[in-house]
Design a protein around this ligand. Structure first.
Ligand SMILES: [Zn+2]
Length: 346
């Protein structure tokens, strides 16, 4: 089967790969429609590794996917051939201790598309557990369906923050995850979200959403902007979505006494944390690793019209042009949020 393969660091190809397509009793077979190119796909291409995950043999890329069901296993209920769906790319062991606690995203035994050595979904057909396959309402496009995966990270952050109606939030970092976190925070009841970055083009895009105030930290002091927006009190919730060491300096100056800081961005190296600053406010610190139990809520918000992810899809390539798609994403253009690949028909 044709697939977009990362052969090794810096080398991509479109070629046939032998991928298992046996449909087990609780599985569905899906004709893949749309797949988003993630920062992780790009990072494996440019660096050959992310932390402990090393590309040491060819790997099919892609984990942000939507498609159409073509076959269901004998024991599958609630899904049928023809259904339009999106897929949650992490498959935990349902009997593991973490899964039984509802924390299946941190199950040490989880396998996740396009995380070495597991193949991803940039190929015309995949077999996936029905339990991690979700039907898309008619008014949610395949493009939006493939955006559910990154949006789910913002949803997880909003859930972990335990937002209250009217909260003021700050998001540091205006990449894809920063923007979807701001949108999840607004959908979760925030009255206002300030989002900071160095790149004006990204901020301009985020600022087109009502309720989001962009702050360019090359020209404006973020802490001062937060003080001004909150009468000197501080933000109820701060979402760190950059992973940049610079963002961790003064992070707790942004949060109000008793507020919450949610760490989403993954720093490449350990970063110093201002423990005294956190203690002085009795700040609650939450962390996010992927997501669990948020896909249905994410899809419902998109279908309701409360969250519009369509403006974040910047370009779409055919599967045959998949190498160009990854290269485009690797350019990191300021005007790009999400590059997607249309798999079917390619
Ligand atoms: Zn992703």
């Amino acid at each position: 089967m044709k697939a977009l393969v990362l052969e090794r660091k810096g080398e991509l190809s479109i070629r046939d790969v032998d991928l298992p397509l046996t449909v087990g009793p609780t599985d569905v077979k899906i004709a893949v429609e749309r797949v988003g190119v993630c920062g992780s796909d790009v990072h494996y291409f440019t660096h050959g590794r992310i932390g402990p995950y090393v590309v040491d043999r060819p790997m099919v890329l892609g984990h942000e996917a939507s498609g159409r069901i073509v076959e269901v296993g004998a024991g599958v209920k609630g899904l049928a051939p023809g259904d339009r769906v999106c897929m949650e790319p992490g498959i935990p062991d349902p009997t593991s201790r973490a899964s039984r606690l509802g924390l299946y995203n941190v199950d040490p035994g989880v396998t996740f598309w396009a995380t070495p050595p597991v193949h991803g979904c940039l190929t015309p057909f995949v077999v996936h557990p029905a339990a991690f396959t979700y039907r898309l309402p008619d008014n949610v496009s395949f493009g939006e369906g493939a955006m559910v995966e990154p949006f789910a990270i913002g949803m997880q952050a909003a859930v972990k923050a335990r937002l209250q109606p009217g909260d003021v939030a700050v998001v540091t970092g205006c990449g894809t995850i920063g923007i979807v976190t701001a949108l999840a925070a607004l959908a979760g009841g925030c009255s206002r979200v300030l989002i900071s970055d160095l790149q004006q083009e990204k901020l301009d895009l985020a600022g087109r959403y009502p309720g989001i105030t962009p702050i360019n930290v090359t020209r404006q002091d973020l802490a001062a902007a937060v003080r001004e927006a909150t009468g000197g009190w501080g933000a109820d919730v701060v979402f760190e979505a950059s992973g940049s060491p610079a963002a961790f300096k003064g992070l707790f100056e942004l949060v109000r006494p008793g507020g919450c800081v949610v760490l989403i961005g993954i720093p490449i190296d350990p970063v110093p944390l201002d423990v005294a600053g956190a203690q002085a406010r009795e700040a609650r610190i939450e962390t996010v690793f992927r997501y669990a139990n948020v896909y249905p809520r994410a899809i419902a918000l998109i279908a309701s019209g409360k969250v519009d992810l369509k403006p974040l899809i910047s370009a779409t390539f055919a599967l045959d042009d998949g190498i160009a798609a990854v290269r485009r994403a690797a350019e990191g253009r300021g005007s790009d949020v999400k590059v997607q690949i249309q798999v079917s028909g390619g």
